[in-house]
Design a protein around this ligand. Sequence first.
Ligand code: ZN
Length: 413
Amino acid sequence: MSDTKLNAALAAYAHLVLKSGCNLQPGQELFLSASTDSVEFARLLTAEAYALGARHVTVRFGDEKIARLHYENCALDVFETFPEWQALLNNSMALGGAAVLSVISDDPKALVGVDQAKLVANARASHVACKPFYDCLDQGKAVWCIVAAAAPAWAQQVFPSLDARAATEKLWQAILAAVRVDTPDPVAAWAQHRESFNERKAWLNAQHFDSLHYTNSLGTDLTVGLNKLGIWQGGGDVTVEGREFFPNMPTEEIFTTPDLSRAEGVVYSSMPLIHYGSPVEDFSMRFEGGKVVECQARVGQDVLEAIFTVDEGAAHLGECALVPWGSPIQKSGILFYNTLFDENAACHLAVGQGFPDCLEGGQQMEEEELKAHGVNKSATHVDFMMGTEDLEVIGIKADGSRVPIFRGGAWAT
Ligand code: ZN
């Protein structure tokens, strides 16, 4: 791709992100977070936001190398307190009606070897201090969107045989293809993409499954209970005020929030998990009564164990998502080492925070009521891929009847 062609594609991407992802309105504020690796793209987004009539754009940059220096040099108690000004910024932006846009470009290994206790402390402290911010997002009061930008360290993990420049360009191409910027009218393509989820969602919602049974040749044999008032979502989100947006771009999943207290059996990972810049590979978890009671990893055992120590909810499920084998991202054959992409390549589960909007009336419920209906609450939410080419998913109804949902890794019907 020539530089001019890439620049034109990036401008189209910035437009798509703000128009379809954030559904940015004239006069609205934009709160943009990005890494110092993506300064150019952040400038492009800022310019495009103003072109669309944004009232003001607040940009906050993070830097992974500086973050690593903090973790290496500061004592644990530093991470137990979240900076007040930072909480004030996050909370006031979300409460003030800004669209919250995050551009990620993380180096998958940025924080390898960092003390997991500090990362856990930081996640906990941020969750407490920024509660109004997270509540706005979880309860459909704020529009939010996570998208990716290519950066050299990440790109060279994905394409290790290429030099930094070539790898970054190739990663940009993969990102742009995954978000359909290579189509003539990306905004229209996303509107159509949203529609394409409706039939399957309607079918799943009409089945009222009581549980899902997953099996495959890796050894997965897991039954996950679903909530009575549960709803399957996918292909974008909508605020309580009815404004459509896409929390993640790309997105290929149909998902719900399972019963936090009902999961039995074993699940094996099918792809590596990168958690806060540390890899976990070839791992399994055993659930009893909805809780992880045992876990094993060939790589990153300490990272995996630390996930479940964040809080009570961290050892219970918050999401189960259906993504057929053969999805565009899986077909690209690229392992992105990034959940935003890899979760759209395979069926997955997540431990931690559940989704109130995956429960009928959930966005109007308080925390305790949500929990009583089976929606998990946690300071963390960690997706892990478990879908394979031979995954079978059976929906089990309350009367015990069994309906195939996935056969041979893809939709049975
Ligand atoms: Zn997901």
